[in-house]
Design a protein around this ligand. Structure first.
Ligand code: AHG
Ligand code: MN
Ligand code: MN
Length: 351
């Protein structure tokens, strides 16, 4: 929290595109270094790990921005004009992040949506990274926002040995940092280490992430609800009634709410965090555990939500307190503005 006066003093009249104001720009690396210099016993290894993540994010960003050229260069599963195999972008993103973390030496193991088992990286390092290298991948072909989600834990087994399941299956409350990159109309990296949430926008002209959204707080109540309503026939009675409530006309309470859902958790969450809203991926009759993954989708987003002043629950339990039992575990999620989650919980309890 000591950072805030520093940020405010530094920000002044932040204009990241003006050379004249350049001395007011705070880059992601500067910000993390400053944050870590205030952390007790920090040795700089978390800053380096963030450096690796930042580098991978810039490479993935470049690849995504070229994705439209795939038709020219060759489709997935074919051989492109240069004689190379064309891979899916989520596989590429996975490789880019693992390569950067391997080169960086500060990550001992990775759990990833794209890896069935633990991916051992460097036995002598102390951090575990959980990640969804490309979230919302169905949106790649249609030019809508997609993302990368990550979460960082400290290993619990001794350094110098391969990471074990107990290192990787820690509760969300044990996260030491979490974040996401959103590849949208601009590219942003948003993260928390438990001292609030800060957002950095990639300035392509200087090739760096610059502080653009300091100390993000989500509104206590909003007017957006985000859920795949195509599944409505499988919703619980309580959820069905809550959705009807969202659509009810009530001028004082700003209802009907706005329905917004693009099918990228990062994109839907980012909008709702900034504007105020609720994001739901519930348990349904067909999928009683829900769809989204605890370790690399829900926990990092839950940490950010709470740090921004919101709530992240499974409907019965705080997401960050769920005891993980498997790497690719799924849970139902209700995430967003405090008051909206409170009302939703009343509906779920009463029905
Ligand atoms: P991914 O692309 O990593 O598999 O994640 C997709 C997820 C999440 O981003 C999104 O909220 C949800 O799936 C959308 O699911 P539906 O298409 O079932 O609505
Ligand atoms: Mn995902
Ligand atoms: Mn994914």
């Amino acid at each position: 929290m000591h950072l805030l006066p520093y940020i405010r003093a530094k920000l002044g009249h932040l204009r990241i595109n003006s050379d004249r104001e350049m001395n007011k720009v705070i880059t992601l690396s500067q910000f993390i270094a400053e944050e870590q210099s205030k952390a007790m016993g920090a040795k700089g290894d978390l800053s380096r790990l963030f450096g690796d993540i930042k580098l991978a994010a810039k490479i993935v960003n470049r690849d995504i921005r070229k994705a439209g050229l795939v038709d020219i260069l060759g489709e997935h599963g074919t051989v492109n004009v240069q004689g190379e195999d064309v891979k899916k972008l989520d596989v590429i993103a996975n490789e880019v992040f693992i390569d950067a973390l391997t080169a960086g030496m500060d990550c001992c193991a990775v759990i990833s949506e794209e890896e069935e088992i633990i991916r051992q990286v460097n036995n002598d390092a102390k951090y575990i990274v959980a990640m969804d290298p490309l979230d919302g991948s169905s949106n790649i072909d249609v030019n809508a926002a997609i993302g990368t989600i990550f979460s960082i834990y400290r290993r619990v087994t001794p350094i110098g040995t391969p990471a074990k399941l107990e290192d990787c299956l820690q509760k969300g409350t044990e996260q030491i940092a979490a974040g996401y990159v959103i590849y949208g109309s601009s590219t942003m990296l948003v993260y928390t280490t438990g001292n609030g949430v800060n957002g950095f926008t990639l300035d392509a002209s200087i090739g760096d992430f610059c502080l653009s959204h300091p100390d993000i707080k989500t509104p206590e109540r909003g007017t957006i609800y985000s859920i795949n309503e195509g599944n409505a026939s499988k919703f619980s009675p309580g959820l069905e009634k809550y959705i009807a409530y969202c659509k009810d006309v009530n001028k004082e309470e700003n209802r009907p709410y706005k329905a917004r859902y693009i099918g990228s958790m990062v994109g839907d969450f980012h909008r709702n965090m900034l504007k105020g809203g609720i994001f739901i991926y519930p348990a349904t009759q067909d999928a009683p555990k829900g769809k989204l993954r605890l370790m690399y989708e829900c926990n990092p987003i839950a940490f950010i939500t709470e740090q921004a002043g919101g709530i992240a629950t499974t409907g019965t339990q705080r997401i960050m307190e769920v005891e993980p039992t498997e790497l690719h575990q799924r849970i139902p999620v209700y995430i967003g503005s405090k008051e909206m989650i409170g009302v939703l919980m009343d509906f779920l309890r009463e029905n």
